[in-house]
Write a protein that binds this ligand. Structure first.
Ligand SMILES: Cc1ncc(C[n+]2csc(CCOP(=O)(O)OP(=O)(O)O)c2C)c(N)n1
Length: 340
């Protein structure tokens, strides 16, 4: 008996180690994504990036935790904080940066900009600037995946503010209905960063338990700590396996925080205090994962330093690539553009 328990302990310990070791590449990617956002903001201030620029700093563990378990043939949609999602999925940082710079070598040939990063070959169906606009598209795409007889699934990342739009309630109701027949393999992932631009959640919705709003449409749901990569990935494994098997939708509300302003152009943030931002920075998702990896003996000072340096180099090369890439020629303006 004692031996058996001992073996089980050794086994579960080994499993936990393997699990943590698999998190190491995600620590690296999160460092690259954070550095990418810092450099994009600098480029914006230098006038290199036009239009809008919404950064993801602080929220990385949500997308990373889910994309870590997504199969290569699965698909996902998100709103306009979309650079890190692409980087996590393997889109070269240079192609993402070139898109921000409006260059021909960008992921959508410089025509989308920051809010419209797409990489369909890697299952990334965008990048949308209209709040809530992608929720009907993602829901329909999930239906199509099942209709075609596959076991592929769809993730739909959305903001807390998007939940107050009509384009949330209609498709989510349909997902609940289609789900009864096992025809809607989608995971809705609400990234509750507490604000829609300058409006706090409690000022825009009567029911602040956002996950529960999926319940009225018959969709099971849960809340999780969006700063903890390991927790998000653990939940994501269980949830995506269930959705793939049943074809039924599931919803998650990840509690998270953006460390930066709503958009790079908004410097004034009177809706929140410095103390609030600092308190959340103490739970920086990169720091939390770094601590867990250090505690397990998988990271030390030297490796952290080397990974940080590598992230700097990867992003510096991305900026160089964007700067040296050509502008799209005038005839590109109307190519691949659909106007009804
Ligand atoms: C249909 C529509 N209404 C208003 C806007 C202006 N707008 C841009 S971002 C935003 C807030 C959205 O907040 P949330 O969904 O919580 O996403 P977050 O910025 O927190 O990631 C608003 C109202 C828009 N882009 N589209």
């Amino acid at each position: 008996m004692a031996t058996k328990r001992g073996e089980a302990e050794v086994q579960s310990g080994a499993l936990a180690d393997a699990d943590l070791a698999e998190a190491l590449p995600w620590y690296r990617l999160m460092l690259i994504a954070r550095r990418f956002e810092d450099e994009a903001e600098r480029a914006f201030r230098r006038g290199k990036i036009g239009g809008y620029l919404h950064l993801y700093s602080g929220q990385e563990a949500v997308a990373a935790g889910f994309l870590a378990v997504l199969r290569p043939d699965d698909i996902f949609f998100t709103a306009y904080r979309d650079h890190a999602h692409a980087i996590f999925r393997g889109t070269p940082a240079g192609a993402v940066m070139a898109e921000l710079f409006g260059r021909q070598t960008g992921v959508v040939k410089g025509k989308g900009g920051s809010m419209h990063i797409f990489d369909v070959g890697r299952g990334f169906y965008g990048g949308y600037g209209i709040v809530g606009g992608h929720i009907p598209l993602a829901t329909g795409a999930a239906y199509a995946l099942r209709y075609q007889g596959t076991d592929r699934i769809c993730l739909c990342f959305l903001g807390d503010g998007a939940m107050n739009s009509g384009s949330f309630h209609e498709p989510v109701n349909m997902a609940g209905l289609w789900g009864r027949e096992g025809m809607c393999p989608i995971v809705y992932i609400v990234e509750n960063n507490r604000y829609a631009m300058g409006t706090a959640v409690e000022r825009s919705t009567a029911v602040t338990d956002l996950a529960s709003k999926f319940g009225i449409h018959g969709i099971p749901h849960e809340r999780l700590d969006g700063q903890d990569f390991l927790e998000v990935r653990r939940a994501a494994r269980r949830i995506t396996a269930q959705v793939r098997e049943t074809g039924r939708p599931y919803a998650v509300e990840a509690i998270t925080y953006r460390f930066v302003a709503h958009g790079a152009a908004d410097l004034f943030q009177p809706y929140r205090t410095k103390e609030e931002v600092e308190a959340w920075k103490a739970r920086d998702p990169i720091l939390l994962l770094e601590r867990a990896l250090r505690a397990a003996g998988l990271l030390d000072d030297g490796q952290v330093e080397a990974l940080r340096r590598e992230a700097q180099e990867v992003v510096a090369a991305a900026v160089r690539y964007a700067e040296e890439s050509p502008e799209p020629p005038p005839e590109e303006l109307t190519r691949d553009v659909y106007a009804p």
